[in-house]
Design a protein around this ligand. Structure first.
Ligand SMILES: Cc1cc2nc3c(=O)[nH]c(=O)nc-3n(C[C@H](O)[C@H](O)[C@H](O)COP(=O)(O)OP(=O)(O)OC[C@H]3O[C@@H](n4cnc5c(N)ncnc54)[C@H](O)[C@@H]3O)c2cc1C
Length: 419
């Protein structure tokens, strides 16, 4: 617990995960007094530590945000792995597409990074800002939401007050509950199995994804040459796979992945996460706002969940900073409504696209399967179609906040100018 913890802040962010910590860093240049409350701070990692099971595919626009905030170096000095290609194929036919960064004039399509590496780099940056207090190792035990001044009680009974309360506390958000904001929920009836595997062949800096009728299986490249897998499967099938012993799991994984990288030489422990689409019916109330998984969760098949959350954080920081510059109340409903209008449509579009992909690729109907494979092969033959899909996957499409945009615009200008 901080010795100099105050009892009143302008902004309290509950949840110092990837999204909440990004928001804090993005607000650091305002004169706001900010507290970030995070119950679990991971231990820092050493280069030779085993890879964590939770990783994220981080898009270019998210990387731009981290670079703008001075966090990217804290990530690369720990560890991350660039991927230059993405290879997608259908288990029920011959449809296959290869996306190559070189076709878009960029060095890589994105990076695979352990969630805790991102969080550690952000928390390190937070500590360098005098106007942000990191209150770590304590849970919020209760919240009294009030439009003008909310009260947060920590588990040691300390009470903190704030003008703006931010819920960055993940899918089971206590802030969302305290504000009585309802959720629209759609069960995908799937679970995502994650683990780290050592394939016989190097991953070739490629993110591999095979669409099985039971759900997509991704092999994501790690700097060690290993792969982090996300195997999404219908819940009953996922439960069966989780019950297999290591040898049987390895054999089934090999077949499911089409032996693309040869034998599976070793596997780590496994974990499974239920995959649920959730969307908060409101992102805001006067004096309260939700970001990241507290506002929305989606299917991980295109690795977009945290990228959406990071765009929430950067967009909200932009809206609040503009309000402060114009001497408006940064916590008012009118100010926060700008953020909600900006982000709800962008998030909804991605959520419905992911559900559409999941249904399309999960469909066993022979006709649909033929059309799907034809579609994949047509995309492979069309430079334009591949380029448009790549731009979306890299996070270049949509109404981006300035911090996410600048570097790409510069890079694009340089590219167009042949620099
Ligand atoms: C299998 C799987 C694979 C995924 N792969 C990808 C991917 O490749 N790319 C991608 O973009 N996304 C991916 N996602 C989604 C991504 O993991 C989430 O979108 C992301 O973790 C959300 O970040 P967040 O900061 O909003 O929430 P969280 O990561 O849930 O962080 C919330 C934080 O709040 C803290 N907290 C909660 N309650 C309290 C409390 N009461 N008091 C104090 N602290 C509290 C928690 O300790 C936590 O640190 C995947 C998800 C799954 C399930």
């Amino acid at each position: 617990m901080l010795k100099n913890m105050k009892d009143k802040y302008d902004v309290i962010i509950v949840g110092g995960g990837m999204v909440g910590s990004t928001l804090a860093c993005a607000l650091a240049d305002t004169n706001l007094q900010i507290a970030v409350i995070e119950k679990n701070i991971p231990d820092d990692i050493q280069q030779n530590d085993d890879y964590d099971l939770r990783v994220s595919a981080i898009s270019h626009s998210s990387q731009n945000v981290f670079e703008y905030l001075g966090v990217w170096q804290g990530i690369t000095k720990r560890r991350c792995c660039a991927y230059e290609k993405m290879q997608v194929w259908d288990a029920q036919g011959d449809g296959e597409v290869i996306f190559d960064a070189a076709d878009s004039g960029v060095r890589e399509l994105g990076h695979i990074i352990e969630n805790k590496v991102i969080q550690l780099a952000l928390l390190e940056r937070i500590k360098s800002h005098d106007n942000i207090d990191l209150i770590s190792g304590r849970s919020v035990s209760s919240i009294n939401y009030q439009a003008e001044n909310s009260q947060i009680t920590l588990e040691n009974n300390a009470v903190l007050n704030c003008h703006l309360l931010v819920g960055a506390d993940g899918a089971q958000s206590m802030v969302r509950e305290a504000a009585a904001i309802d959720l629209d929920v759609a069960e995908y009836d799937q679970k995502g199995i994650v683990c780290v595997v050592t394939p016989e062949m190097h991953h070739q800096h490629t993110a591999w994804q095979r669409f099985l009728s039971t759900g997509p299986l991704a092999f994501l490249p790690l700097a060690s040459g290993q792969c982090s897998i996300v195997w999404s499967a219908d819940s009953a099938e996922a439960d069966r796979i989780m019950m297999l012993d290591d040898e049987a799991f390895r054999n089934e994984l090999l077949l499911a992945f089409d032996r693309r990288l040869g034998r599976i030489e070793s596997i780590s422990s496994r974990a499974a996460f239920p995959l649920i689409r959730r969307h908060a019916q409101e992102y805001i109330k006067p004096g309260l706002v939700l970001v990241g998984d507290a506002a929305h969760t989606i299917h991980p098949l295109a690795g977009q969940g945290v990228n959406l959350g990071l765009m929430d954080a950067a967009s909200l920081a932009e809206v609040l900073t503009t309000a402060i510059e114009h001497r408006r109340d940064f916590a008012s409903y009118q100010t926060l409504r700008k953020y909600e209008r900006w982000r709800r449509g962008e998030n909804q579009l991605m959520m419905y696209s992911m559900s559409g992909f999941k249904n399309l690729f999960g469909n066993k109907n022979t006709f649909i399967s033929k059309v799907r494979n034809l579609g994949l092969n047509l995309v492979q033959k069309s430079d334009l179609a591949r380029s448009l899909l790549m731009r979306r996957a890299m996070g270049f499409e949509g109404d981006l906040p300035a911090m996410a945009r600048d570097k790409f615009d510069n890079k694009n200008r340089q590219h167009q100018a042949g620099l």
